[in-house]
Design a protein. Structure first.
Length: 542
């Protein structure tokens, strides 16, 4: 992309102003929100003998000086968490769950504080930042209410019914090592830690440095809600330095990030024989079937493709539209996309915010430029907007994308979506599945049974019918995660909490031993047990 292209005005409107350099009278600025006093409060107790800093994508300016952890600092953080964990685990599940319920209330009451931080650290529009508040609150309420049921001892039928009493217990793993990404700094940090805490674990978290203030705010709020401070440790620093140290000391590792880094995390955990859960990349598909409500699908595609500027693992990057409705859909989708408002204000009103860093801007620009150069059609966007902020890029629609264009198969992780036309249901299912990834997908149809039939054939961990991603992700009683290269394990539901525990079977044998007795010799005992097994099968005992 040339410099002249990058500065060309387009149909996208601008709302708000730069929050630091040109804020209107009375508006909050970064300096108002991230004061030295706030930084001192948030970083209290954070392990770090060095210094680092984070920056706001809105302007590129520094937000705060932060502690930087060395390998020794990480080891000390794990030692403190390990010392504090037994007392925390000794509390009842109900007592631990009460902390989550208080945290739920505090998040909702003080959401304006964290919305400012999320916006300043990620560059998001405020409505997209609010999605994180909603997601964390829902998770806190769910595990606050359901943890006792998930974790309670469970009775099982023993090898000899009535004579063998079997109980399954759930024991905390110890200290969870969590490596959280920059794109959802509230939800993908503390949101994932909540079930670990309520199941009796301590957590050592490494958030991304550029979005650390949001995670630290959540830590402070959890402590205010009653979580012992030593149970929740935070370490900061470069991923290649601090990340492996977290994996080195953890009893279980929770990671959200790229597939490449996820493989490295998995290898490090496997070498130590500790468990790991990974939510990784996606090249998610949305299928607009021939009987879809085209207007609703176009509106849903804007949400599905451009929330958080497309920097969402479950956002849509491939849009398959039935040829009979494709022209109508593309026209409606393009009109909505071109009307989106971009802005930097710490207030509601913008439809999309900024990319988070130079690497994301470079990837987005490269994917779009290469696709256009090789014959793709630019339907909307395709232009950087440095007039709004250094990392802004317009929401972009490409048509006519084909392999080997990078945007066809590589994850863009930005506000770019490619349109593909199809004629047959089997064909589009095959196309949607033709990717190494398997995180999320979306199906649009007026026929619910048809939608479920298609969903069952898609190889993704979540499928949303007549919406992009929010229904499946927000339904926290159900598991969420990826197939294939999109990860291992699940968050939410029973799997999202039980992964932080070890199953322990306690079996009590009563009255008679599992051995020859009552004068039986070995042969008679063997015959007796064989007859008993046949009888249990006949009586349909498990």
């Amino acid at each position: 992309m040339t410099d002249s292209q990058a500065s060309t005005p387009t149909t996208a409107a601008v709302v708000g102003t730069n929050p630091v350099a040109a804020a209107p009278a009375g508006a909050r600025t970064a300096a108002d929100v991230v004061t030295p006093e706030v930084v001192a409060q948030l970083t209290r107790g954070v392990a770090g003998s060095g210094r680092t800093a984070n920056h706001t994508p809105f302007t590129g300016e520094k937000l705060a000086d932060l502690p930087e952890s060395t390998p020794e600092d990480v080891a000390d953080a794990f030692a403190r968490a390990r010392a504090a964990q037994p007392a925390w685990a000794a509390l009842s599940v109900r007592a631990r769950a009460a902390v989550l319920l208080r945290f739920h209330d505090l998040v909702l009451e003080r959401q304006s504080e964290v919305l400012d931080l999320i916006q300043l650290e990620t560059g998001k529009a405020r409505l997209h930042a609010h999605e994180e508040v909603l997601a964390v609150s829902v998770a806190a309420r769910h595990y606050g209410r359901r943890a006792s049921a998930y974790l309670k001892p469970k009775r099982h039928t023993g090898v000899v019914p009535t004579l063998t009493k079997v109980t399954e217990l759930r024991q905390p793993r110890g200290v969870i090592g969590q490596i959280a990404p920059w794109n959802y700094p509230l939800e993908l940090s503390v949101g994932d830690a909540l079930p670990a805490f309520v199941s009796g674990n301590a957590v050592v978290m490494k958030p991304d440095t550029e979005t650390a203030l949001t995670a630290l705010w959540a830590r402070n709020l959890l402590i205010e809600a009653g979580l012992p401070a030593e149970v929740f440790q935070v370490v900061l620093g470069d991923g290649p330095v601090v990340g492996p140290e977290v994996v080195k000391h953890a009893d279980y590792v929770s990671f959200t990030g790229s597939t490449r880094t996820g493989r490295e995390v998995a290898q490090g955990a496997a070498a130590r024989l500790v468990g790991v859960s990974l939510e990784l990349g996606g090249k998610n598909a949305m299928l607009v079937l021939k009987d879809a409500d085209v207007e609703k699908a176009a509106a849903g595609a804007v949400r599905a493709c451009f929330s958080s500027a497309g920097q969402l693992c479950i956002s849509i990057e491939r849009l398959y539209v039935h040829e009979s409705v494709a022209d109508d859909f593309v026209a409606r989708f393009a009109a909505r996309t071109k009307a989106m408002r971009l802005g930097t204000s710490l207030a509601y009103g913008a439809d999309m915010g900024s990319l988070v860093g130079e690497r994301q801007l470079e990837t987005v620009s490269r994917h779009v430029a290469e696709a256009v150069e090789k014959g793709a059609t630019l339907v909307a966007g395709g232009v950087a907007r440095p007039d709004i902020g250094p990392l802004f890029y317009e929401p972009t629609i490409l048509d006519g994308v084909e392999a080997p264009m990078a945007v066809c198969n590589e994850e863009t992780f930005g506000p770019v979506v490619s349109i593909y036309r199809f004629s047959d249901e089997d064909e589009v299912i095959a196309l949607a599945n033709a990717t190494p990834y398997g995180l999320n997908s979306s199906v649009w149809t007026k026929d619910g049974k048809r939608g479920h039939r298609v969903a069952a054939r898609l190889r993704t961990g979540t499928v949303n019918i007549n919406e992009g991603y929010a229904p499946a992700y927000g339904s926290v009683q159900s598991p969420m995660g990826g197939m294939k290269d999109s990860g291992l394990g699940r968050r939410h539901g029973s799997e999202g909490i039980l992964k932080y525990t070890e199953a322990q079977t306690v079996a009590q044998q009563r009255l008679i031993p599992l051995a020859p007795a009552f004068g039986m010799d070995d042969a008679k005992y063997a015959a007796f047990m064989s007859r008993s097994l046949k009888a249990m099968k006949a009586f349909r005992l498990r």
